[in-house]
Ligand binder design. Structure first.
Ligand SMILES: Cc1cc2nc3c(=O)[nH]c(=O)nc-3n(C[C@H](O)[C@H](O)[C@H](O)COP(=O)(O)OP(=O)(O)OC[C@H]3O[C@@H](n4cnc5c(N)ncnc54)[C@H](O)[C@@H]3O)c2cc1C
Length: 522
C-alpha cells in the first residue's frame, strides 16, 4: 500500500452535480481544488433532469457552455393518465392557479436571460467535469475519502483509490458534497430535522421512441387497475417508470408493468433499475470548523416540479465559492464563512416548506408547511432574501422571497436582470456581476469613494457610473430596479447579491464601514 501526501486549499468530497459545480466555481475564481469521487463515471440511472434559470445564470459565471436551453414557452407539464396511449384524465399544477401572480407590464416579463434546461444528470456531469478541469480543478475519480481530521489550521484527509493506494491530502477547507447519506456529516455529529423519509421507491429505466405519444408533456401519474406509478422522460429517448413501493421486481414483471403503462404494444429496451429514498431533511448546521456541507449532504428536498434538489445544492456551491476565495486570498476574515450557513440554511427551509405546502406533497406535510402561504415559483428561484452578517439593511418585516421585480434593490436579494443596450448591442446586467465587489450608482462621488476605499482595504472593488455607461432610458430603468434613483448607490457582492443600498443624502465616508462589514475585511 503506497502512501503519499499533497496540499490543496480546498478539498471536495463527492464528484456528482454539487461537488463538480463547487470545483468549477472555485476554479473559475482561481482557487485550486481537488475533488475525490468514489465512482469512475456518472450513474447509468440519471436522477435530476430539470435545471432552473438561476442555475444557468450561475453556470454562465464560470463560462459553462453547451447546455441546451429550454424554449421560452417551456413549461413542465404533468398529466394523470390510465396509460400513455390510453385515456388521459386531467392535468395537475405544481403551483395552484390561485397562488400565481400574473404579470402584465412588459418590463416585468423577463426576470432572467434564461428559461431553464432539461438535460439528464449523466449528460450534464461530463460537461461540468470538462469545464472544472479546463479551469484547473483536479478530479480524482475512482477515489474515496476514508477518514479525515480537522485542526485549527486545516483538514487532513486520507483517501484511497481502487488499487488500494493511499494518499494524504492536507487542505485549508473541506466541502462535503457526499450526498444524502453523508458520512462526513455523520462523523461531525450533525443531526437533521424535517419531514423525514417520505417513500422508498423502485424504478426502471428504459429506452423507447414515445415522442409521438407525449404531446409535449414530461410527467405522467399513471392510475390504472392495480397500478399507481409515475412515468417521466429524460427527453433523449430514455424513460423512467417509478413504483411507489419498495418491491424488487424481476425482468418479466418489469416488462409487464411497462407494457401496461404504455397501453399499446410498443417496442422498448430495459436499461437498468433503481431504488430511491425520498427524504426531506435539513442539517442542523451547514458548517463545522473548516468543513462545509453542500447539496444533499446539507439538505434533501424531494423531487418537485421546480427542481429544488440539485439546483439548491448548486447554489450552495456558488455561495460558498466566492467566500472561500475571499478568505483564502486574504481579502476577508474567516468570519465571512459564517454567512454560508446563515444564508443557505434559510433557503433550504424555505424550499422545504414550499414543497410541502403544495398539493403534490400536502399529504406528508407537517403543520407548519400546511400553514405556509404558497409563493410564486419565480419568487423562490430568483427572489429569495438572504439575511446574514454579510448583508446590511434587512431589518424589519420582510418576506422570505418575492418576485424579483418587486424587491427594487433590497439588500440580500439577487441583483436584478435587465437587458440594456451598450455600444449598440444588447447587454445583460447580470454580466456585470460574478467576479469582485461592484458599486453601481449615477453619482460619480459614490463610485470614486468605493474605488478608493476598496484600494485602502485591499478589496477587489470596482464601480460603474450608470449615468455615463447607459442611455438615459436604460439608466432610469436600472436605477429603478435597484431603488437608487436620485444619486443613491447599490453595493453588489462577488456572487451578484446586493449587500447594501445607500441614498444620495448619506455621507460618502460610510462606504468604508459598509465594505468592512459586508466583506468582513481584515
Ligand atoms: C428520481 C429523482 C429525480 C430528481 N430530479 C431532480 C431534478 O429534476 N432537479 C433537481 O434539481 N434535483 C433532482 N433530484 C435531486 C438530485 O438528484 C440531487 O439533489 C442531487 O443529485 C444531489 O447532488 P449531490 O452532488 O449533492 O449528491 P449526490 O448526487 O448524491 O452525489 C454524492 C457523491 O458523493 C460520492 N461520495 C460519497 N461518499 C464518498 C466518499 N467517502 N468518497 C468519495 N466520494 C464519495 C458519491 O459517489 C456521489 O457521487 C432528483 C432526485 C431523484 C431521486
Amino acid at each position: 500500500m503506497k502512501q503519499q501526501g499533497s496540499v490543496a486549499p480546498v478539498l471536495i468530497v463527492g464528484g456528482s452535480l454539487v461537488g463538480l459545480s463547487a470545483a468549477m466555481f472555485l476554479a473559475a475564481r482561481g482557487v485550486p481544488c481537488v475533488v475525490v469521487e468514489r465512482h469512475l463515471h456518472s450513474s447509468t440511472h440519471p436522477r435530476a433532469i430539470g435545471y432552473t434559470q438561476r442555475t444557468l445564470e450561475l453556470f454562465d459565471t464560470a463560462g459553462l457552455r453547451g447546455i441546451p436551453e429550454a424554449p421560452p414557452t417551456f413549461r413542465l407539464r404533468r398529466v394523470r393518465v390510465e396509460s400513455l396511449t390510453g385515456r388521459w384524465l386531467d392535468e395537475t399544477d405544481w403551483t395552484p392557479k390561485s397562488a400565481r401572480v400574473e404579470r402584465t407590464e412588459p418590463q416585468r416579463m423577463d426576470p432572467s436571460p434564461h428559461h431553464g434546461a432539461v438535460i439528464a444528470q449523466d449528460r450534464l456531469e461530463p460537461l461540468l467535469r470538462a469545464r472544472a478541469r479546463e479551469l484547473g480543478a483536479s478530479l480524482l475519480l475512482g477515489t474515496e475519502l476514508v477518514r479525515f481530521a480537522q485542526d485549527a489550521d486545516g483538514v487532513t484527509a486520507w483517501i484511497q483509490d481502487r488499487e488500494g493506494s493511499q494518499q494524504v491530502i492536507r487542505a485549508s477547507y473541506l466541502i462535503a458534497c457526499d450526498g444524502n447519506r453523508s458520512a462526513i456529516r455523520d462523523s461531525l455529529g450533525i443531526g437533521r430535522q424535517g419531514i423525514g423519509v417520505i417513500e422508498v421507491m423502485r424504478s426502471v429505466l428504459f429506452r423507447a421512441d414515445l415522442e409521438a405519444y407525449r404531446h409535449g408533456v414530461g410527467q405522467f401519474e399513471v392510475k390504472g387497475p392495480n397500478l399507481d406509478a409515475f412515468l417521466t422522460t429524460y427527453g433523449d429517448g430514455r424513460w423512467v417508470l417509478m413504483f411507489k413501493d419498495d418491491i424488487e421486481r424481476d425482468h418479466a414483471t418489469l416488462t409487464e408493468a411497462i407494457e401496461r403503462v404504455l397501453g399499446a404494444p410498443l417496442p422498448f429496451e430495459i436499461l437498468t433499475t433503481g431504488r430511491w429514498e425520498l427524504t426531506a431533511l435539513i442539517a442542523d448546521r451547514f458548517a463545522q470548523g473548516r468543513v462545509f456541507l453542500a447539496g444533499d449532504a446539507a439538505h434533501t428536498l424531494p423531487p418537485t416540479r421546480g427542481g429544488y434538489g440539485a439546483n439548491t445544492g448548486i447554489a450552495d456551491a456558488y455561495n460558498l465559492a466566492w467566500k472561500l476565495c475571499a478568505v483564502l486570498s486574504g481579502q476577508s476574515q474567516p468570519s465571512l464563512l459564517n454567512s454560508y450557513d446563515e444564508e443557505r440554511r434559510g433557503v433550504a427551509w424555505l424550499r422545504l416548506r414550499q414543497t410541502f405546502a403544495r398539493p403534490d406533497y400536502l399529504q406528508y406535510a407537517d403543520e407548519e408547511s400546511r400553514n405556509t402561504a404558497i409563493l410564486d415559483p419565480v419568487a423562490i428561484e430568483l427572489g429569495e432574501l438572504y439575511r446574514s452578517s454579510s448583508i446590511l439593511g434587512t431589518e424589519g418585516d420582510l418576506p422570505p422571497a418575492r418576485h424579483p421585480s418587486d424587491w427594487k434593490g433590497q439588500p440580500g436579494t439577487r441583483a436584478p436582470f435587465r437587458s440594456v443596450t451598450r455600444e449598440g448591442k444588447p447587454f445583460s446586467t447580470l454580466d456585470w456581476f460574478g467576479s469582485g465587489w461592484l458599486l453601481l450608482s449615477s453619482s460619480a462621488n459614490w463610485c470614486d469613494a468605493a474605488r478608493a476605499e476598496g484600494k485602502t482595504l485591499g478589496l477587489n472593488v470596482s464601480a460603474i457610473c450608470l449615468r455615463e455607461s447607459l442611455s438615459e432610458t436604460d439608466c432610469a430603468l436600472v436605477e429603478r430596479d435597484l431603488g437608487i434613483e436620485g444619486g443613491g448607490a447599490s453595493l453588489v457582492r462577488p456572487d451578484g447579491v446586493i449587500a447594501w443600498r445607500g441614498t444620495a443624502q448619506q455621507s460618502l465616508t460610510q462606504i468604508a464601514d459598509v465594505l468592512r462589514a459586508a466583506a468582513h475585511t481584515m
